[in-house]
Design a protein around this ligand. Structure first.
Ligand SMILES: *[C@@H]1O[C@H](CO)[C@@H](O)[C@H](O)[C@H]1NC(C)=O
Ligand SMILES: *[C@@H]1O[C@H](CO)[C@@H](O)[C@H](O)[C@H]1NC(C)=O
Ligand SMILES: *[C@@H]1O[C@H](CO)[C@@H](O)[C@H](O)[C@H]1NC(C)=O
Length: 546
């Protein structure tokens, strides 16, 4: 999870970009080949596995809530979020975004692990948060009896261990013994009690000569494997005939070129086998400003028992044969959400834990009502900002707001959210409402607020009685991680129901730095600067490529 600066320098110096055209249909077709990245969204620190016909994928989410999304796929290529392993960040009160000095940016859910256990039909999530390890389980899943399909996700905290399993990988052995591989540089294996509530033993199994971390533990053909990253350039494989070693090491990939230009090297991933025993390695690429996005490649097993990545032109392929031919499918990421269900879809995550008394999603539809939850002039301290991943390389988020119940002093709108942020929004002053574009919101390197933003452009003052305003954030997250280019996002509004659009302000230059970890997101916000009581309704949100 921690990047080594040296590794990053290596990444930017050593990698020669190839100008591969990117073709990424929103839902990849049932063609015989798939394209990398498999899902152009920020889903880092992945853990991937299969239950029956269904592949599952877990990723890290820092201070976004709920945390640790669970994605589902039938072909290892098309993914959709179906759950979150951590329903609420209950680790400390700062996860509630209490004040400008009591918040949890960049803390929370780092590299963690999700696996399914056959013996009790339960999904287990495990992760270290600020010194302690938390185990969440979803019991009675039904997946074992139903070819991998889950009847009912039912996550709850099972255990808190007073020890950090840093960057851990969970593994259930054939005889159901529970192991966790973890650590930074000094890689350890712990055996847990069979209920995963306590540690039985733990020992060092491999000491790296350089920083290694991000463990994933497996057993394939009778051998034990621990995959680790040498951040941010390489993936190593440790192999042993017993869980506690001794382990021998080989490099799976080191500074491998492709499949995306101006991104880092694919690393920190895991492996998964299909039903017909074809194996794949999935890692992520640092693809800022968009975050860290997953890429996949087949592996074969060498006669020495170590995996070998299938390369194309000595690099990571932009396309490979589709892992699983199946007619089963999942919804693609380009969709409109009109909030017609009483719970939010798993596409959404709040910035920190929400104040649940300040929003409602009526089952009857009509949109999500966002009441102001904080009095502040600082978006980074306002509760109940609702975020959505951007789809790369270029997509826009269209937010349809009803602003008729905004109160004097309220600020609501559509943000491009990160540590350096901008938005288009409505400032309500007295009985008048004007549209503004605000940029230059930023955090310091200790994640305190540096700037609450500057009004860069002012649009029309809306006639009193205006109910609907449509806002659009049009983002370009084409990777610019090592290329130095600045990608720009533009902000637009429509006051005629989305027929005609007007850009407000200039293009906003996005930061390509990695230190905040999470890439840019679309976000809806509503906060007060004078007093609580006002509200907006987000009637719909649409994600679409451009
Ligand atoms: C949900 O999980 C809890 C805690 O593990 C368990 O007691 C309960 O039976 C589960 N409910 C269902 C419907 O699976
Ligand atoms: C499970 O398998 C491991 C690896 O072979 C072994 O060390 C351990 O003793 C076994 N546990 C039980 C309960 O059989
Ligand atoms: C951005 O915010 C900083 C900190 O408040 C301020 O010093 C700077 O002048 C602002 N820049 C612009 C272009 O408004």
């Amino acid at each position: 999870m921690h990047f080594s600066i040296l590794g990053l320098l290596g990444a930017s110096l050593a990698w020669t970009a190839s100008a591969t055209p990117i073709v990424q249909p929103e839902l990849q077709s049932r063609a015989t080949n798939f394209n990398n990245p498999v899902l152009w969204q920020d889903h880092p620190d992945l853990d991937v596995f299969r239950v029956g016909d269904v592949f599952y994928y877990s990723s890290s989410t820092f201070a976004f809530s709920p945390g640790a999304p669970v994605l589902k796929s039938y072909d290892l290529v098309n993914w959709t979020p179906v759950s979150h392993s951590v329903p609420r960040l209950d680790f400390a009160s700062k996860y509630n975004l209490n004040s400008a000095t009591d918040r949890a940016y960049v803390k929370g859910i780092w590299a963690s692990s999700l696996q399914y256990r056959k013996s009790d039909d339960t999904f287990y999530w495990i992760g270290c948060i600020e010194g302690k390890t938390y185990v969440y389980t979803s019991t009675n899943s039904g997946a074992g009896a139903n070819n991998g399909e889950v009847n009912n996700w039912n996550w709850s905290l099972r255990a808190t261990l007073n020890k950090c399993y840093y960057d851990c990988g969970l593994f259930f052995d054939d005889n159901d013994t529970v192991y966790v591989a973890y650590g930074n540089t000094d890689i350890q294996v712990a055996q847990l009690s069979s209920d995963a509530r306590s540690e039985v033993r733990s020992q060092s199994v491999y000491k790296g000569s350089v920083t290694i971390e991000g463990s994933r533990m497996y057993k394939v053909n009778g051998n034990y494997y621990i995959f680790v990253t040498r951040p941010a350039n390489e993936e190593w494989v440790l192999k042993a005939s017993s869980p506690f070693g001794p382990y021998t090491q080989r490099v799976l990939v080191a500074s491998i070129s492709g499949p995306l230009s101006n991104a880092g090297f694919a690393h920190q991933g895991g492996i998964v086998g299909t039903k017909d025993n074809k194996w794949y390695y999935m890692g992520f690429m640092d693809a800022y400003p968009g975050g860290r996005i997953p890429v996949s490649a087949p592996i074969t097993w060498g006669s020495d028992g170590f995996p070998v990545l299938t390369k194309v032109n000595n690099g990571w392929g932009q396309t490979y044969p589709t892992p699983v031919e199946t007619s089963k499918t999942v919804p693609g990421p380009e969709r409109e959400d009109s909030f017609t269900s009483s719970s939010l879809s798993h596409e959404w995550e709040w910035n920190h834990n929400p104040d649940t008394s300040k929003f409602t999603v009526p089952a009857s539809g009509g949109g999500i009502q966002l009441s102001t939850a904080t009095v502040t002039n600082d978006l980074f301290t306002a509760r109940n900002t609702l975020t959505h991943r951007i789809l790369g390389p270029k997509s826009h988020g269209t937010f349809r707001f009803d602003i008729s119940k905004m109160a004097d002093g309220d600020r609501a709108g559509a943000a491009l959210f990160r540590d350096v942020a901008a938005y288009i929004g409505i400032y309500k002053e007295g009985s008048s409402a004007r549209i503004v574009m605000v940029n230059n919101l930023s955090l310091n390197s200790d994640w305190s607020t540096k700037s609450t933003g500057t009004i860069a452009a002012t649009g029309p003052t809306l006639p009193s009685g205006t109910a609907e305003v449509w806002l659009r954030v049009q983002a370009d997250i084409t990777p610019a991680f090592s290329g130095g280019a600045t990608r720009t996002t533009t902000f637009l509004y429509s006051v005629d129901g989305g027929n005609s659009w007007t850009q407000l302000g200039g293009g906003f230059g996005m930061t390509n730095t990695w230190q905040f970890f999470t890439g840019y997101r679309f976000a809806a916000f509503n906060h007060a600067t004078k007093s609580l009581g006002g509200s907006v309704v987000l009637k719909s949100f649409a994600l679409k490529k451009w």
